[in-house]
Design a protein around this ligand. Sequence first.
Ligand code: GUN
Length: 312
Amino acid sequence: MSARKLDGKAIRDSVLADVASGVEAAVRHGVRPGLAAVLVGDDPASRIYVRNKVRACDRIGAYSETIRLPSETATDRLLALVQELNDRDDIDGILVQLPLPGHIDSRRVLAAVSPDKDVDGFHPVNVGRLASGQEGLKPCTPRGLIEILKRSRIPIAGSRAVVVGRSNIVGKPAALLLLAEHATVTICHSRTPDLPSVCRQADILVAAVGRPAMLTREYIREGAVVLDVGINRLVDAAEVDRLLAHAPARLRRFRRTGSALVGDVHPGHVREIASAYTPVPGGVGPLTVAMLMSNTLLAACRRLPENGRSSA
Ligand code: GUN
């Protein structure tokens, strides 16, 4: 039996439709959610990410603005900008696109964002709220994982979840969110002994390590649900031939374009063993921007009249 492919684009569209209705309701109450994206330098990938975030704002009817600063911007200048954005009533969410240039103190900048406007969920106050079960803004990619499971009607409570990867942006918060949903959670990393056998315990397996196709068949339990957060660009023809042997259309595209995206899970093996899985591309990735929109709406709800914070 072939595994069910969890279509991230379709799930993103349903999340965005819900968020757009929420935005419409907020606007009726005089509040248009607003996002400020701060882009320092000219990293091409960061430019594309920020453009996608701004487009998503347009799509849901939110206000957005992008503030572009040169790569030589000083930390103090960036801190002053963040403070201005904290003070503005029309901006509900502040997103400082990472990575920042090396000379900038990223930790100080992220800590300067008001926790109530921290739509990335990176501020230490929000990390603490998440860890202690309090309400707060939560990181987008981990929220996306939960949303995929819920909208696909895959039960989390009582399941055994294994998260491979312990980053602050994905692995750790994903584990905390799964725990909050009553999964029994194990976090693994590069020094976990016998990683394959730990992964084989998982009903829900989350791969967030950043190593192409690392999780091969011996990591996956028959019937597991596999969520692949990795996005790795491959250019080596022999490697692509080996990993995408089951997908002739993708091999043809590789011949045309010279590169192919694969996740952290072996794409040929997962479809043979899992009961459901997220593909790469088109799985977890699309949800990240959708959850950023959801966070922006949540942040804007503070301004609604029923919360006593009306700007009207
Ligand atoms: N760079 C890569 N991923 C992210 C993200 O989720 N948020 C921000 N701000 N920058 C990123």
